[in-house]
Design a protein around this ligand. Structure first.
Ligand code: ATP
Ligand code: ATP
Ligand code: MG
Ligand code: MG
Length: 294
């Protein structure tokens, strides 16, 4: 960069480096997607095409940013976990955040027609984002559990709400009222409730609309999780990772030819990206994939 008498303005750019050895969690969320989903005739409560498009855009982020080792999406939001060892952009917060938001948004637009071939975009969709550093494994796991629980609560509510409207003939205002805390207070003759009971919603869905909530697609109920899959395990004597099914990667034929095999433990940054619809609230999800939080 050439120096000039104007160069001093760079001194106004403050450092925004994220602490070393800290996980960086980026969450993006569609701006005004209530309106966006209405304008583009999304099926309520869950338009599968729109969810698949979100998953596709998130896959693009993971394809381009190897240090994103797990991503989780629901509705119009996606969370990306950047591993704590990452040196991406020298850990500059604004660079990492804007990269991910911009990449996600452009991929969303780029792939729109693959999922909505007959429906042109009515206007450019917008996503905002934030980056939150998390210091420990507990917080990172709890973060994803928080989003997983949110997916469940919102989807159960929205599924019941739209069943009341679409099959039950209620107006949206009436459906809100049916599911309001007040309605349940009357039912149980008590003065305070945390919210409406989950079993009541299951009951409304089953007895009034014949819907078994647990039979709905897992993508709707549990959200989408993107992880890289391990390559087929390579037999290496005495390697507990291989023995326990935690495969290793990057053993090329060339390396195999060398006298001593070098085993690179799987760290989740290479390999095929898979979309799965699993319950990330369960501890087992994390225990089965120890590299995610290593
Ligand atoms: P904000 O700008 O504050 O985020 P918003 O309108 O995007 O406002 P959210 O709380 O993010 O509000 O909710 C997203 C909305 O988009 C929900 O109301 C939901 O109904 C709708 N939506 C998102 N994805 C889908 C989908 N796949 N199918 C149907 N509706 C969807
Ligand atoms: P997103 O999926 O992006 O989070 P959403 O519209 O599906 O968006 P929210 O906007 O977070 O979900 O919440 C939907 C609405 O449902 C809110 O207005 C909230 O007040 C209401 N709601 C959710 N759960 C309950 C409940 N248990 N009792 C009463 N109202 C609820
Ligand atoms: Mg939104
Ligand atoms: Mg949202």
């Amino acid at each position: 960069m050439a120096n000039s008498r104007f160069t001093y303005v760079r001194d106004f750019e403050l450092a925004d480096k994220v602490l070393p050895n800290t996980w960086m969690l980026v969450r993006i969320d569609g701006k005004g997607f209530h309106k966006f989903s209405t304008t583009h005739n999304f099926t309520k409560p869950n338009d599968k095409r729109a969810l698949d498009l979100m998953d596709r855009a998130a896959k693009q982020v993971m394809t381009e940013v190897a240090d994103v080792i797990v991503a989780f999406g629901e509705s119009d939001e996606y969370s990306f976990l950047v591993r704590k060892q990452s040196k991406l952009y020298n850990r500059r917060q604004s660079k990492i955040l804007t990269l991910i938001v911009s990449l996600f948004t452009s991929a969303y637009v780029y792939h729109w027609r693959d999922f909505f071939p007959d429906l042109p975009l009515a206007y450019p969709p917008v996503f905002d984002g934030r980056l939150v550093p998390y210091p420990g494994v507990t917080e990172v796991r709890d973060y994803f559990k928080w989003r997983g629980v949110d997916t469940h609560i919102n989807n159960l509510y929205n599924t019941t709400f739209w069943a009341l409207v679409q099959q039950g003939g209620q107006s949206t205002a009436e459906a809100h009222k049916t599911l309001s805390a007040k309605a349940f207070l009357n039912k149980y003759q008590v003065s305070s409730l945390q919210g409406t009971f989950s079993k009541d919603k299951h009951e409304i869905l089953f007895s009034r609309f014949g819907v078994n909530y647990n039979g709905l697609p897992a993508q709707f109920r549990k959200g989408s999780t993107l992880i890289r899959t391990t390559s087929p395990a390579v037999e290496v004597e005495g390697d507990p990772n291989v023995a326990s099914g935690i495969a290793n990667l990057a053993i090329t034929d060339q390396q195999r030819g060398k006298k001593k095999e070098k085993v690179v433990p799987f760290d989740g940054t290479k390999g095929e990206i898979a979309v799965i619809y699993e319950d990330i609230v369960r501890d087992e999800f994390w225990e089965e994939r120890p590299w995610l939080l290593a």
